[in-house]
Every structure is written in structure tokens, then in C-alpha cells.
Design a protein around this ligand. Structure first.
Ligand code: LMG
Ligand code: NDP
Ligand code: PMR
Length: 395
């Protein structure tokens, strides 16, 4: 039944020529029910015994302890300190689940970079994240001033930065009119792309200084921004065009609030912002990977159909979407499983390749996925970088 429905769905929606239909692989559209066998260990460098021995040492280490420590007998030991990961939008959904997964591993301190301090504190407590494993810091991505303030506050904390996860996002599928950030950018692209662009650019220096064995910058992408998949072909489709709307500021004042210069469409603005996220990751990789050793990566964690992302959608959608994804597309994942996937991209040594867009197959094993033509267009990525730099005041 699932197979038939899926066939029908896939034949109803047309896939462009560029497609190799890799959506099938990543969404398990025709696959068996998702069976999750996640790696319990994110870092096989430590044996169980060694971890026990190190536990008290780790608890004592200050945030600024270097990654290479002097052991009691004078010999050098690697990575005794916890890693520090900033996760934006860690007050719910994927970000929160990732904070939980990292915290459970005992190897990470998570900076929960959130716009709602109280909500984030409550969420961390309700999942039982130990106090010593997280810090909530205020960040509103819809304000460039707030992004700059966050970076200052983080620096004053004296913690090193080992991993940055650009995860927060907003989605306005039913909005008829655009809304805007403090700086006058259309709210979804302003938050999901421009806020993160400034944040990642500013924190690049901090990542460079990290002495952690693996330093990473992860920008969450999505299948719905990739038109080489079925999901990416559900209208309205992502399309940045020639960036003419972005180039003139995306402010809707006598100009378009959409990147491609077209009419406002909330669902398209979100998908466009995800294309920007995936292009930005690749441009970072091209410009900085070799020089800095930082791993840049993006991912599609699966369809987490019950998160707050759909809070603005109509109630009928929110009711039907989870069973649709669970039983028909089989692309559904729980927040917990998705959080473990993103935590893998943060800390698994086997996922250290830079410039990759990760996805997971039916057996929940990760693979390097193919991005759509537009989402892998190097020239567009360069142009997006340059236009974005101007908008956020870096050029
Ligand atoms: C846009 O519409 C809105 O315009 C925009 O404002 C914004 O909200 C945006 O992404 C958000 O959505 C997109 C979408 C809305 O339009 C389309 O998808 C148009 C293409 C329609 C082609 C649909 C082909 C399906 C063929 C039907 C075959 C059914 C066989 C399944 C058998 C299942 C038996 C249980 O339009 C829709 O999403 C409505 C599409 C209606 C068809 C839905 C059929 C899917 C199966 C139904 C199962 C449960 C429903 C889950 C609903 C979740 C998705 C809506
Ligand atoms: P949620 O709505 O649950 O989480 C989004 C988070 O972003 C929330 O913590 C929210 O804060 C935060 N946020 C929103 N606006 C701002 C802002 N201006 N400043 C700071 N934080 C902000 O959604 P998901 O967990 O589903 O989404 C997380 C990521 O996963 C997104 O990048 C999304 O594109 C991606 N994704 C999601 C998929 C899904 O199926 N759900 C599939 C593929 C990708 P608050 O709690 O205050 O609202
Ligand atoms: Mg989609 C192969 C199947 C598949 C997958 C993996 C997703 C993921 N979606 C699939 C198929 C379909 N969706 C089909 C056939 C339809 C038409 C019925 C459909 C519809 C649909 C809507 C209306 N889907 C949606 C919406 C949304 O509003 C969501 C969206 O586009 O947000 C931008 C969405 C999503 N579908 C997904 C995923 C992951 C989403 C959430 C968006 C995201 O996080 O990027």
C-alpha cells in the first residue's frame, strides 16, 4: 500500500532532467520501515575503561583547558577537556534533541543560543540535561545587533569554540504578507540565512583558534530546498534566480521581499533560505577549509514532522503531516533520532569530511548526498556570499 501510494505520488510530481532521484535513497520512499540502529558511541577514541578514569579529570577541567593536557605521569594526553558546541535554536525540536544527545555523551558542553531564555532553560531541564553540560545564551537571529552581542558575550565567557551548529529556523507557510527582521530583511531568509551568515563569519576566528582535534561548522539544510528530490518538487519550489531581490535588500519597500525578486511566498522563502544555507556551507568550505582545517558540513536529518517548525501551518496539516510522512513517504524521524544524527555530524570522527551534505538511509547509516543543481552552483554560492556580506555589514 505504501509502495502504491508512493509510486502514485512520485509519478504525479514531475522531476526535472537534472534529477538522479536521490530523494528515494534519502527518504526511504520505497524502503522498508525505518529501523534505527544508531551508534551508541560518538567517539570511539575512548575505551569504556579510559572514560571512567578520565571522568573526574573532565569534571574538573575549566572551559579554557587546552585540548592537549599533561597527564599525571607527565606524558601528553589528548582531548581531556569537553568540546564546546554552540547550537542556535536549541530551545526545541532538532536543536534541543542534539543538545541532549551531545550532553548524554558526556563529552560536550552545549551553548544553547536561543531567543527565548526561559523556554530554553525549561526545555533543558525537562529533558534532564545536567546543569554542567549546558549554558543558555541569548541570541535573536532576526537582529544583526543581537548576533554581534551574542558573539561578544560568548567571547567574554572565556570558553573555546570547537563546533558551531547553525540550526535555528522559522517557516511561514500560510503568511499572505511578509514580515521583517529588525534590520528590514524578509523574516525567514533574514533569520535562517542572513543571521546565521553573520554569526558564522564572526565566529570563524574563534573556531580557528580551537585546539580541539575536530573543529566544525555545521549549517542545517533540507531536502525541500533540493529540486533533485520529490519533496523538493512540491510547489512552491526553491529558486534563487539571479539574486536580484536579495541584492536590493529583501525589504519589500518598493522592491521584492523574495531573493529572486518575485512575489512574496512564505513557503518558497523558507525553501530558498535552506538553499542559501547549503550554498553558504560550500562557500565556507572552498574559502576556509584548507587554510583552517575546519570541517564545514550540512545535512538533511530526515522529516521531523512534529517539531515547532510547523507551528504556523494550519491545524489540519499539523495533524495529517506526521502520519503522511510515517506511513506514506517513510521519511519520518523522531526528534530524538534526528538529534542523534546531528550529534554524529558534530562529533563522530568518521564524519569529518568537509564540504559534505549528509543524509541517512533506511538503516540510519549516513551517506554523502547529492545536492540539486542550484544548491551546488559554485558561482551562485560566490555571489550569494558577496551580496550577503554587504547586507550584514561585513563588506
Ligand atoms: C503549498 O502547497 C501552498 O500553496 C503554500 O501556501 C504552502 O503552504 C506550501 O509547502 C507549504 O504548500 C503545496 C502543496 C499543497 O501543493 C501540492 O503539493 C501541489 C501538488 C499536488 C500534487 C499532489 C499529488 C498527490 C496525488 C494524490 C495521490 C494520493 C495518493 C495517496 C493515497 C493515500 C491514501 C491514504 O497541497 C497539498 O499538500 C495538498 C495535496 C493533496 C494531496 C495529498 C495526497 C497525499 C496523501 C494524503 C495522505 C495524508 C495527507 C497528508 C497531508 C500532508 C501534506 C499536505
Ligand atoms: P523548531 O521550530 O522546533 O526549532 C527551531 C528553533 O529555532 C527554535 O528553537 C526557535 O526558537 C529557533 N528560532 C527561531 N527564530 C529564531 C531567532 N530569530 N533567533 C534565535 N532562534 C530562533 O524546528 P526544527 O527543530 O524542525 O528546525 C530545526 C532545523 O531543522 C531548521 O534549520 C530546519 O530548517 C531544519 N529541518 C527541519 C526539518 C523538519 O522536518 N522539522 C527537516 C529538515 C530540516 P523558539 O523556541 O524560541 O521558537
Ligand atoms: Mg513534503 C518523498 C517524500 C517526501 C519527503 C521526504 C518530504 C519531506 N515530503 C515528501 C513528499 C511530499 N510532501 C508530497 C508528495 C507532498 C504533496 C502531498 C508533500 C507536501 C508537503 C507540504 C505541503 N511537504 C511539506 C509540506 C510543508 O509545508 C513542508 C515544507 O515544505 O516546509 C518547507 C513539507 C516537508 N516535506 C518534507 C519535509 C522535510 C518538509 C518540512 C520542510 C523542511 O524541513 O524543509
Amino acid at each position: 500500500m505504501a509502495f502504491q501510494a508512493a509510486s502514485l505520488l512520485s509519478s504525479t510530481l514531475s522531476i526535472p532532467k537534472e534529477s538522479k532521484f536521490c530523494g528515494i535513497k534519502e527518504t526511504s520512499l520505497f524502503g522498508a520501515a525505518l529501523s534505527i540502529t544508531l551508534k551508541a558511541e560518538f567517539n570511539p577514541c575512548f575505551s569504556k575503561g579510559l572514560r571512567k578514569t578520565l571522568a573526574p579529570i573532565r569534571a574538573q577541567t575549566a572551559a579554557t583547558t587546552p585540548a592537549i593536557n599533561q597527564g599525571p605521569s607527565g606524558e601528553k594526553k589528548k582531548t581531556l577537556r569537553k568540546g564546546t558546541a554552540i547550537i542556535t535554536g536549541a530551545s526545541s525540536g532538532l536543536g534541543l534533541a542534539t543538545a541532549k544527545a551531545l550532553s548524554d555523551s558526556g563529552k560536550w558542553h552545549v551553548i544553547m543560543a536561543c531567543r527565548n531564555f526561559l523556554k530554553a532553560e525549561k526545555a533543558a531541564k525537562s529533558l534532564g540535561i545536567p546543569k554542567e553540560n549546558y549554558t543558555v545564551m541569548h541570541l535573536d537571529l532576526a537582529s544583526l545587533e543581537s548576533v554581534r552581542q551574542f558573539v561578544d558575550t560568548f567571547r567574554r565567557s572565556g570558553r573555546p569554540l570547537d563546533v558551531l551548529v547553525a540550526n535555528a529556523a522559522v517557516y511561514f507557510p500560510t503568511a499572505k504578507e511578509p514580515t521583517f527582521t529588525a534590520d528590514g530583511f524578509e523574516l525567514s531568509v533574514g533569520t535562517n540565512h542572513l543571521g546565521h551568515f553573520l554569526l558564522a563569519r564572526l565566529l570563524l576566528d574563534d573556531l580557528k583558534q580551537s585546539d580541539f582535534p575536530q573543529k566544525r561548522c555545521i549549517i542545517v539544510g533540507s531536502i525541500t530546498g533540493n529540486t533533485n528530490t520529490l519533496a523538493g518538487n512540491v510547489p512552491p519550489k526553491a529558486n534563487l534566480g539571479d539574486l536580484r531581490g536579495l541584492a536590493v535588500g529583501l525589504n519589500g519597500v518598493g522592491t521584492s521581499p523574495m531573493i529572486d525578486g518575485g512575489e512574496f511566498d512564505g513557503a518558497k522563502a523558507y525553501k530558498d533560505s535552506k538553499v542559501c544555507n547549503m550554498l553558504t556551507m560550500q562557500e565556507f568550505h572552498r574559502r576556509y577549509h584548507e587554510e583552517t582545517g575546519i570541517t564545514f558540513a550540512s545535512l538533511y536529518p530526515g522529516c521531523i514532522a512534529e517539531t515547532g517548525l510547523f507551528r504556523e501551518h494550519i491545524p489540519l496539516f499539523r495533524t495529517l503531516f506526521p502520519p503522511f510522512q510515517k506511513y506514506i513517504t517513510k521519511g519520518y524521524v523522531s526528534e530524538e533520532v534526528a538529534g542523534k544524527r546531528l550529534a554524529q555530524v558534530v562529533s563522530d570522527p568518521s564524519l569529518s569530511k568537509s564540504g559534505v551534505y549528509w543524509s541517512w538511509n533506511n538503516n540510519s547509516s549516513s551517506f554523502e548526498n547529492q545536492l540539486s543543481k542550484e544548491a551546488s552552483d559554485a558561482e551562485k554560492a560566490r555571489k550569494l556570499w558577496e551580496v550577503s556580506e554587504k547586507l550584514v555589514g561585513l563588506a
